[in-house]
Write a protein that binds this ligand. Structure first.
Ligand SMILES: Cc1cc2nc3c(=O)[nH]c(=O)nc-3n(C[C@H](O)[C@H](O)[C@H](O)COP(=O)(O)OP(=O)(O)OC[C@H]3O[C@@H](n4cnc5c(N)ncnc54)[C@H](O)[C@@H]3O)c2cc1C
Length: 397
């Protein structure tokens, strides 16, 4: 696997424009969004207008065609400003557009991917159920066959963008007995279909701008045109989307680490105790050094993994077994380390802020609440360690 990596002038220009846009248009609304616990409709609309909901989608399908590297550059910048916006973009892009781009038919791409990439439709992804979290193949929402159609019935929970989405990539059991090995199928459901309803929307510790919704499906009709990929192969579709999501979660965490580090540097230079700025004390300097080390290492890991996914392309049929295994292990490593480092760095930055870091409404207090979920969603870090260790025990380092 090649290790060299650098950004092109075009990629740098894209990142700089995105940074300016986010600082100007998104950053100012975040404190109120967090306090009111509202989905940030107006800024999401602006991001859609700018094409930021189709960064990694090829231009022929309405996207910006900037691949996973471009997408991660954007999420890193979003992560500096607000985690909620990052989750809204991520649930739509990594988890919503990836299944369509990688597994959709030409007709499905024209019908759902193009409007999603252009920002005309919002997507979500639904795997988790009350009885099926880490054991994500144990899906109990069922699709019963009626002629060449299915009727989908069941309950899904914790769906990011679930309340606002126009269409949802839904993992459903077409054969409960087979579980993930042939029994799960990916469907695409429009949220205005008969039999579809939104249930409870969770109140959360953080990510106050996102919805985390229950979906209730009561005999929702799905024809063959609603199946993404092959019947019974939905678990592969879900895991492919999650590999993309785990690397992009790493990019958003990197942005969070960078912002928390900058805030710690700024605060420590400006807070005087015992006659000196606290940045003059070694105990503080060592914390700052640890933050810089984590940001530095993570930057390489995220863009190495994103560039690897770009090189692999978007046709899973072209991937060899080893290439696929490398990608999955790498995504798990990035997700696990990025989320834990983000929690650690933000915690240390809050500590450097002293009591002021604990005051409701400060950026570091919000970041602390927002960061914790990254160790849990897109597969808990225990599950990432299982993925990594199983592959290590099979193939070695
Ligand atoms: C804010 C938010 C947004 C989310 N967004 C989405 C979304 O958009 N779409 C979606 O489908 N899901 C979403 N989820 C669900 C999320 O992915 C799950 O919560 C997560 O995968 C964990 O599942 P669980 O909550 O059922 O925990 P459980 O699986 O019940 O796990 C409980 C604990 O047991 C541990 N554990 C379980 N099995 C093992 C094992 N074999 N070995 C060691 N430890 C184990 C876990 O690591 C965890 O610590 C979201 C969740 C939240 C809170």
């Amino acid at each position: 696997m090649p290790f060299e990596f650098s950004l092109s002038p075009d990629q740098e220009a894209f990142r700089d424009a995105a940074r300016a846009f986010l600082q100007k248009e998104v950053a100012p609304i975040v404190p109120e969004m967090d306090e009111k616990e509202e989905f940030p409709k107006a800024t999401v609309r602006r991001m859609q207008e700018e094409g930021y909901f189709g960064i990694s989608v090829p231009e022929e399908y309405g996207g910006l065609g900037l691949g996973k590297v471009g997408y991660c550059l954007f999420l890193e910048e979003v992560g500096k400003v607000d985690a909620s916006h990052g989750v809204i973009v991520g649930a739509h892009t990594s988890l919503g557009t990836t299944p369509l781009l990688y597994y959709g038919t030409e007709e499905q791409k024209r019908r759902w991917l193009v409007p999603a990439a252009k920002g005309e439709k919002l997507l979500a992804f639904s795997l988790t159920e009350p009885g099926s979290g880490s054991d994500s193949g144990a899906v109990h929402t069922v699709a019963e066959k009626e002629g060449d159609h299915w009727r989908i019935t069941g309950n899904k929970i914790y769906v990011s963008n679930g309340r606002e989405a126009d269409a949802i990539v839904l993992m459903v059991a077409t054969d409960v007995k087979l579980g993930p090995n042939g029994g799960v199928t990916a469907f695409l459901i429009d949220t205005n279909q008969a039999g579809f309803a939104i249930g409870r929307c969770e109140k959360k510790m953080g990510l106050h701008g996102t919805s985390t919704a229950e979906l209730i499906l009561d005999h929702v009709e799905a024809g063959p045109d609603r199946v993404l990929g092959e019947v019974g192969k939905g678990f592969h579709v879900a895991m492919t989307a999650l590999d993309v999501g785990r690397v992009s979660l790493g990019a958003a965490s990197l942005g969070g680490i960078e912002a928390a580090t900058q805030e710690a540097v700024h605060f420590s230079k400006n807070r005087t105790q015992f006659g000196l700025p606290i940045s003059e004390y070694e105990a503080i300097q060592f914390k700052l050094a640890d933050m810089a080390m984590k940001a530095h290492a993570l930057r390489f890991m995220v863009y190495h993994a994103a560039a690897h996914q770009d090189r692999m392309g978007t046709d899973p049929k072209q991937w060899g077994r080893l290439e696929r295994a490398d990608k999955t292990r790498e995504a798990a490593i990035v997700k696990c380390l990025a989320s834990e480092w983000a929690s650690e760095v933000i915690d240390e930055s809050l500590q450097i802020h002293g009591g002021s870091g604990y005051i409701r409404g400060t950026p570091i207090e919000r970041a602390y609440r927002d960061a914790r979920i990254s160790e849990i969603f897109e597969g808990t870090n225990e599950i990432q360690r299982l993925v990594i260790s199983r592959d290590l025990l099979t193939r070695g380092l």
